[in-house]
Design a protein around this ligand. Structure first.
Ligand code: UTP
Length: 306
């Protein structure tokens, strides 16, 4: 059995420029899908997978995230006094255990690789997970749990992958598979960040969930030193992961479930609809409203050009 994964990194220091104006003063990770901020979906997914230390990579203007996972005495007190037990339980549900979560500042958004590098002293020599919170997944088994099950069998590094349209490879990190594996778990011999369709080694895109061995941090360290020396640009996690190949095994894992990128406007709206339809308390009215709008074309006359 490989060493258990107990630490998870949540990079939340990005600018969220694709989601403006919503993200002008509200962190993208605090935008809500149905009734909870998107960061809470990632944290709950990590909890369900057995994560015990939650490391947030944060930046200026993101303190709402810290407050969300902390206690809120005034609110709890008021809810208690008013006998609102269900609401109190909801509010307390997002608390993380004392001493098991921390926030590390990334002074400048120098890329995902740089964000993960900021956690290097807390990760130490342990395997760790990275969850990009703007990607939410609707699945029967939480995605990170699916990955841990695979990791327990194959060890090393495991990244979640899914097929994309050939024309869209330039938006993603793309896996270079070394064979088909068992059709679900695919061994990797390489990976490329955002290749043009003609240069893409496959159409298997790496989504925002990673289980990594700590040696990737050495490669990030070299990349950061290179950048300080004048190479410039963002520090890519994919490049550092590619450099670890040949050491520990590296697998892509196709997963059960749907992915929504909340940084994309249409996907964010779709995520709200999908998660609402998956909730027994509001499914019926949401379904009825969606049908009404689609059947009667009610949204048509009010269309606004943006
Ligand atoms: P994205 O590229 O999707 O987020 O990074 P972004 O940069 O905030 O969004 P846009 O493109 O400007 O709209 C994925 C995750 O990685 C974090 C982001 O906060 C997001 O959760 N990130 C990205 C960092 O923490 N630091 C970075 O330097 C870059």
């Amino acid at each position: 059995m490989p060493q258990p994964v107990r630490k998870a990194v949540f990079p939340v220091a990005g600018l969220g420029t694709r989601s403006l104006p919503a993200t002008k003063s509200v962190p993208k990770e605090m935008m809500t899908v149905v009734d909870r901020p998107i960061i809470q979906y990632a944290v709950d997914e990590a909890r369900a997978a057995g994560i015990e230390l939650f490391i947030f990579i944060t930046s200026r203007g993101k303190t709402a995230i810290e407050d969300h996972f902390d206690q809120q005495f005034e609110l709890y007190h008021t809810l208690q006094q008013r006998g609102k037990d269900a609401q109190l339980a909801e509010a307390r549900g997002s608390e993380l255990p004392t001493g098991q979560f921390c926030f590390v500042r990334q002074p400048e958004p120098m890329g995902l690789g740089h964000a993960v590098w900021c956690a290097r002293h807390i990760i130490g020599d342990d395997p760790f997970a990275v969850l990009l919170p703007d990607e939410v997944f609707l699945s029967r088994t939480p995605l990170l749990k699916q990955m841990i099950e695979t990791y327990n069998e194959v060890g090393g590094n495991v990244v979640a992958v899914r097929e994309v349209e050939p024309a869209l490879t330039s938006r993603y990190g793309i896996l270079d598979p070394a064979g088909a594996g068992d059709g679900i778990v695919v061994p990797a011999r390489g990976m490329v960040e955002k290749p043009a369709p003609a240069d893409a080694p496959s159409t298997l895109s790496i989504v925002g969930r990673y289980l990594l061995q700590p040696d990737v941090l050495d490669h990030l360290d070299q990349a950061v030193k290179g950048a300080v020396a004048g190479a410039g640009g963002e520090i890519q996690l994919t490049d550092a992961m590619a450099k670890t190949l040949g050491g520990h095994p590296f697998h892509g894992m196709r997963f059960e479930g749907e992915r929504y990128d909340c940084g994309d406007r249409a996907d964010f709206v779709a995520a709200n609809l999908a998660f609402a339809l998956a909730r027994t308390d509001i499914e019926a009215p949401v379904r009825a409203a969606a049908h009404r709008m689609l059947d009667s074309g009610v949204a048509g006359p009010q269309k606004q050009a943006v």
